[in-house]
Design a protein around this ligand. Structure first.
Ligand SMILES: NC(=O)c1ccc[n+]([C@@H]2O[C@H](COP(=O)([O-])OP(=O)(O)OC[C@H]3O[C@@H](n4cnc5c(N)ncnc54)[C@H](OP(=O)(O)O)[C@@H]3O)[C@@H](O)[C@H]2O)c1
Length: 321
């Protein structure tokens, strides 16, 4: 079969489409014929050996996909840790979900990581339950025009959350506003800490979905309301998160982590999340936002788009027809 190989852990340039042996299903797994793959920031990090647990190269790239299950022919979308970007992949049955009839394979490949992560960000923020009477939850979403960001806007709108979001581009922000973002902040033009403070009359937000790292962890803590929390779920700047202990003390706030690779192993967390997400899908209330579709032989370009932060929504690779 054809597969997208990470030939060396030296960045996207070392990606190449090569022949690879067909996968063999382990107990609990089925083989899926993959037609599309969703690209994640984690895939970019993996090419540099920067993602926790990356095996030695060469390895097959990719962690989410859509296609047809061998045998049953059922259309599925799935999540795995490695080896999704190939004509065939072996996937655990509990990490496969049925593709809604009206979705294309590209849309389905853009679903699992973004929507489970976004849903669990709200769950960890205590926002999947209604707020106390007379109170509205507020969230600040960094990279709001990205894959997880656009999913978080759609879900936040359904949960009745007041949404604040940052991006480097007015053009991207205009598109996210159409999805329901109320407060769009271009961080190249405005300081987000100041802007959040002004827009919330000095109160702040209940939660920040923080995936930048470095000084942004501290800065995001200063955007919080009393008892608020920064949910740290990435470090796209490549810098270790810095804490502002004074702001944490002053507001009884917290910084907590979220990692889908770990949470996805817990059925008691994933099944209720899917129950809610599948209801919204059925009602047509969540639709993956795809910015770019490229064939697998242009993977280097696709990875670089994400690496440079030039994407809107999801970057999808066409694997086979
Ligand atoms: N913990 C987990 O389980 C988990 C799961 C999924 C994703 N993540 C993390 O969530 C983040 C978003 O992932 P994604 O796949 O949805 O990507 P994405 O948000 O679609 O793309 C990254 C976006 O981040 C923004 N950005 C800001 N600073 C950047 C920088 N220094 N380099 C590159 N981009 C930068 C860019 O948007 P603007 O130009 O609009 O700012 C860019 O479009 C990543 O950090 C990823 O590792 C974590």
């Amino acid at each position: 079969m054809k597969a997208l190989m990470i030939t060396r852990l030296s960045g996207p340039e070392a990606l190449a489409v090569q022949d690879a042996p067909d996968p063999v299903a382990k107990p609990g797994q089925t083989i899926v014929r993959v037609s599309a793959g969703g690209l994640n920031f984690a895939d970019v990090m993996t090419t540099k050996g920067g993602y926790p647990g990356t095996p030695a190269a060469p390895l097959i790239a990719g962690r989410e996909f859509a296609g047809a299950e061998e045998g049953s022919g059922r259309r599925v979308m799935g999540y795995t840790q490695w080896a999704a970007f190939a004509e065939k992949t072996a996937a655990y049955s509990h990490m496969l979900w049925p593709v809604p009839e009206r979705w294309s394979d590209e849309q389905a490949a853009a679903f699992p990581v973004n929507y489970f992560t976004a849903y669990l960000l709200y769950w960890q923020s205590g926002m999947t339950q209604p707020p106390a009477a007379g109170r509205t939850h507020r969230v600040l979403i960094h990279a709001v025009a990205g894959g997880v960001g656009t999913a978080a806007v759609q879900i936040g709108k359904l949960l009745g959350v007041e949404l604040y979001g940052t991006s480097s581009s007015d053009e991207k922000l205009a598109r996210v506003k159409e999805l329901g973002l109320q407060h769009a902040i271009n961080y190249k033009q405005h300081d987000y800490e100041e802007t959040v403070k002004n827009l919330t009359h000095g109160e702040g937000v209940d939660s920040v979905f923080e995936m930048l790292g470095g000084e942004h962890t501290a800065k995001s803590t200063r955007c919080l309301r009393d008892f608020g929390r920064v949910i740290q779920y990435g470090t796209a700047t490549g810098n270790q998160p810095r804490l502002d202990l004074r702001a944490l003390y002053a507001k009884s706030a917290s910084v907590q982590g979220l990692w889908l690779s770990y949470l996805s192993q817990k059925r008691e967390i994933m099944e209720p999340a899917w129950q809610q997400l599948s209801v919204w899908i059925e009602q047509g209330k969540v639709t993956p936002q795809i910015g770019h579709v490229l064939p697998m032989d242009r993977a280097v370009e696709a990875y670089k788009l994400l690496e440079a932060g030039k994407n809107y929504g999801k970057v999808v690779l066409k694997i086979s027809t």
